[in-house]
Design a protein around this ligand. Structure first.
Ligand code: CA
Length: 226
């Protein structure tokens, strides 16, 4: 068989956390449970974080941001705040997916499986053709590194995945649907505005606004004719 996936549950409400912990164990996951942001940041050894945004000691978005700064472990955000803006911000901070309370247990398990599968696929990708250069941009999919004019650029997980997807075939237009399916999830139902938010922050961080072309009404492509 394969190694059990170790899930870290970050949730202060024991009435929610206890049945989750029990249910996930029954599904074959290894589960740790913490109730504060500080404990979440100190935790080690897990393969995925299930992060409640309403924590007693810290803002959940801040916990998400700090987790992402120190590791590439997939994060599923659990929120009681359903507004679209919160969702977009959560994903821009580097979360891989989100669930709005109340959510079904089966849905949670499906999301965990999808996110860990994608994370594994990303790690396994690479080898020949893993490095793409366009003008002075270098994208190394195997090492997950990006440099512009020899200077390394720090990107969030999703920003990198999006850039790497475009860099697989420079010059080719990727439709919004293709981008959502490859970088997010085939069953993504959130706002497609998320793509534009990530493209905008990529353009800003790379400091090459014309490197990613907007193909109006279709999608985006990496510009090769410059
Ligand atoms: Ca809470």
């Amino acid at each position: 068989m394969f190694d059990a996936v170790h899930v870290l549950i970050v949730e202060d409400d024991i009435a929610i956390a206890a049945p989750l912990e029990k249910g996930l164990r029954r599904e074959g996951f290894v589960v740790s449970l913490v109730g504060t942001g500080a404990e979440a940041l100190a935790a080690r050894g897990h393969d995925l974080v299930l992060l409640d945004l309403g924590l007693p000691d810290m803002d959940g978005f801040e916990v998400c941001r700090q987790l992402r700064n120190t590791s590439a472990v997939p994060i599923i955000v659990v929120t009681a705040r359903g507004e679209e803006v919160d969702r977009v911000i959560g994903l821009e901070l580097g979360a891989d997916d989100y669930l709005v309370k109340p959510f079904g247990f089966r849905e949670l398990v499906a999301r965990i499986r999808a996110v860990t599968r994608r994370a594994g696929a990303t790690t396994a990708a690479g080898g020949e053709g893993a490095v793409t250069t366009v003008a002075d941009l270098l994208v190394d999919r195997r090492a997950r590194r990006v440099a512009v004019a020899g200077e390394e650029i720090e990107l969030t997980r999703k920003e990198f995945d999006l850039l790497a997807f475009l860099a697989e075939d420079p010059g080719a237009t990727r439709t919004r649907r293709q981008i959502l399916e490859s970088v997010w999830d085939a069953h993504w139902y959130g706002p497609t505005k998320t793509i534009d938010v990530h493209v905008a922050s990529l353009r800003r961080k790379l400091d090459r606004p014309d490197l990613i072309d907007t193909v109006r009404g279709v999608g985006y492509r990496l510009c090769t004719d410059r």
